[in-house]
Design a protein around this ligand. Sequence first.
Ligand SMILES: [Zn+2]
Length: 273
Amino acid sequence: MQLHCPALDRFVPDGTAFDAAAARTTHLGIGAHPDDLEIIAIPGILAAYASADAWFTGVVACDGAGSPRNGRYADLSDSEMAATRREEQRQAAALGRYGLQLQLGFSSAEARSADLVDCLAAVLLACRPGTLFLHNLADAHATHRALARSTLSALRQLPEDAWPGAVYGVEVWRSLDWLPERHRVALPIEDPTGLQAQLLRCHDSQVKGGKRYDTAILARQQANATLTESHGVDNMAACLLAMDLAPLLENAELDADRFLADCLETFRADLGL
Ligand SMILES: [Zn+2]
């Protein structure tokens, strides 16, 4: 796999050769910042952790240099912050036994760039995942939305035999409980060893730096399991909500703007507007 990225960091925790590590991928996550994978792609991370036949590859597109900081991280420069976060992502990859961890090193301003789209297309072609986790198109964070669109652009460059079987745009900033049912998927989280909280705590500069993702994300997942469906009893302990984005791959006529417009129209109708 040839990747032309500004500051590519590749890490194979078990030491397998790079191309072989990419080729064994079953679950792929593409997140904007260090720590996003441990939120949006946790079903894939947990599935691979529990199975000898499944492998998770994580891609972090941007360097996270502009993140908020506090405590012992308060005085770090942007480049020191990026280096700290890169190392934290490597720690998560090692702890979670990821098959491959790629950090592409783009800035947030480049999240919609053609270079990033080309890079993502090369990764998707080399990894050919069965299940793909990315950000959703209605996330409140502009970089997350931009990366979701770049990922969809990259997917559309692929030959049909390289398409993932499932494409999930997962919630981070802004929940997806408003999303019309036909576009919404609940992804169960089965985490008997409590791995997700440990992975989130690898991102010490964020968690100790003032953002308690290690408790907030788990609480959201538990709340989703109870509050998403008002008429049935809880049938899972925790879940993430995601946009089913596979139709954008399968239907060349359907673009992101039309998809979102349809979601909002259905939501308006649900409110009787
Ligand atoms: Zn992020």
